[in-house]
Design a protein around this ligand. Structure first.
Ligand code: AMP
Length: 172
């Protein structure tokens, strides 16, 4: 099932810059069977786990995260690029596979001790997700796991997320 899902991800060389092989999940998302399968396979892992909130990372993480939260009966928290969230925020800065950026979370998004699943479409160097871990920890949320649709193994992103657990459905 996972192998079939993998074939629906399009690979775009040299996007957004030379040398990056971009894993384009729009081709997976637009296929109803693949999209449902992705949500079901990810959701299956957490059925019975006490997840209060799914934290989705802008922007593709919102798609995976919101669908997963619905499946788990959890709430959704948005982590966004600077200046997008309207209320008081905390910010974390991180390095990307291609550049540097910051992310923000609402200061009241997570209550102390709430069980949080961090979700994004893809784990590359781990800088993005590590910044989100920092934000969740700042709010004293309890991280259940960091969960991804895709992981690029050779970039060793999961090492940046230790001691937290990492799961990815599709690995390259
Ligand atoms: P990183 O911080 O290096 O783990 O990068 C992860 C973030 O960048 C995710 O939000 C991905 O959507 C995006 N990203 C990084 N590399 C790629 C890639 N090769 N293909 C698609 N998205 C990527």
């Amino acid at each position: 099932m996972v192998d079939i899902l993998k074939t629906t991800i399009r690979e775009v060389p040299d996007f957004p810059k030379k040398g990056i092989l971009f894993k384009d999940i729009t081709t997976l998302c637009k296929d109803p069977v693949s999209f449902q399968r992705m949500v079901d396979l990810l959701g299956h892992r957490y059925v019975g786990s006490p997840v209060d909130l799914v934290v989705g990372i802008e922007a593709r993480g919102f798609i995976v995260g919101a669908a997963l939260a619905y499946k788990l009966g959890a709430g959704v928290v948005l982590v966004r690029k600077p200046g997008k969230l309207p209320h008081k925020t905390y910010k974390a800065t991180y390095e990307l596979e291609y550049g540097e950026d910051s992310l923000e979370i609402h200061q009241d998004a997570i209550e102390k001790g709430q069980k949080v699943l961090i979700v994004d479409d893809l784990l590359a160097t781990g800088g993005t997700a590590a910044a989100v871990v920092e934000l969740v920890e700042q709010l004293e949320g309890e991280i259940v796991e960091c969960s991804f649709l895709v992981e690029l193994d050779e970039l060793k992103g999961r090492e940046k997320l230790l001691p937290h657990k990492t799961f990815s459905l599709i690995r390259y």
